[in-house]
Design a binder for this molecule. Structure first.
Ligand SMILES: NC(=O)c1ccc[n+]([C@@H]2O[C@H](COP(=O)([O-])OP(=O)(O)OC[C@H]3O[C@@H](n4cnc5c(N)ncnc54)[C@H](OP(=O)(O)O)[C@@H]3O)[C@@H](O)[C@H]2O)c1
Length: 259
């Protein structure tokens, strides 16, 4: 963790920052000086706890309940950001859901919900984020994707498709927003031990995570803080020439040849 306050006087919004990876990103950006917008959909107490930690660092924190799968909630979320802060420097599209089952068992409702929360939210949030970023002369947008966008993970079809859409959107937004000095990228973490793993049957085996850690070239699993520090880097001037890329954060796991 750097002591550098490279995000001082900057405002950042992280969707789904009440728990897991989003929480770690929000705390990392606040530790580095940013005022934060914490978003959640169900767990208000956990969102308020994240906001309290941010305030204890001397930063401002606005908590907004908004289901990013709903366009009207996205509008309300960005209205709240504009009212509280007037501008936005950093937007992290992190919130995600999934209805894990085989392709033949997927239902239209699960598909629509997954695509709307995970992928549609990036596009329509970007439409609201960009005018707020133009007020500060530019900004950074980072999305959370997953190796399941290009690899076939068990029962991951709708999430995988939504993540592939995020990666395509990342490239299109990166090109279209470059003249506005808005830098757009994505990160693809390997397995991170968060609540999200409860939805994966393969992870129910208590030894699975230990086994994954053992076979990962880096010798351990990726932590939420590992992801947060790469996301933060992508929001700094040092990363200015990285555009429209998907950065894998998996300790080398996807380099392995399956045995
Ligand atoms: N964990 C992994 O192994 C892994 C690997 C690769 C990629 N990722 C990606 O990393 C991101 C974060 O994953 P995670 O494991 O930290 O997830 P998580 O522990 O399940 O947390 C999800 C967060 O998103 C929020 N959220 C869910 N639906 C929402 C909605 N409709 N509107 C607004 N917020 C919503 C939740 O809020 P509440 O607390 O209110 O429910 C929570 O803060 C996701 O994009 C995920 O696909 C995770």
């Amino acid at each position: 963790m750097t002591d550098q306050l490279d995000f001082e006087n900057k405002v950042a919004l992280v969707t789904g920052s009440s728990r897991g990876i989003g929480r770690a990103i929000a705390l990392c950006l606040a530790q580095r000086g940013a005022d934060m917008v914490v978003n959640y959909v169900r767990n208000q107490a956990q969102a308020e706890e994240v906001a309290a930690q941010i305030r204890s660092l001397g930063r401002r924190a606005l908590v907004v309940r908004a289901n990013v799968g709903k366009l009207e909630d996205i509008e309300r979320l960005f209205d709240a950001v504009a009212e509280e802060f007037s501008s936005l420097d950093i937007f992290i599209s992190n919130a995600a859901i999934g209805f894990n089952r085989p392709a033949m068992d997927q239902k239209p409702l699960g598909w629509d919900g997954t695509m709307n929360v995970n992928a549609r939210a990036l596009l329509f949030s970007a439409q609201r984020a960009v005018p707020l970023m133009e007020k500060c002369g530019g900004g950074a947008i980072v999305s959370l994707t997953s190796p399941g966008s290009v690899r076939v993970l068990p029962d991951y079809v709708s999430v995988g498709a939504s993540k592939a859409a995020i990666e395509a959107l990342t490239r299109y937004l990166a090109v279209e927003l470059s003249p506005k000095n808005i830098i757009v990228n994505a990160v693809a973490p390997g397995v991170v031990a968060t609540d999200a793993l409860q939805h994966f049957a393969a992870m129910a085996d208590e030894h699975m995570l230990e086994h994954l850690a053992e076979i990962t070239p880096a010798g351990r699993l990726v932590t939420p803080e590992d992801v947060a520090s790469v996301v933060a880097f992508l929001c700094t001037p040092a990363a200015a020439m990285i555009r429209g890329q998907v950065i894998t954060i998996d300790g080398g796991y996807t380099l392995l040849t399956p045995r």
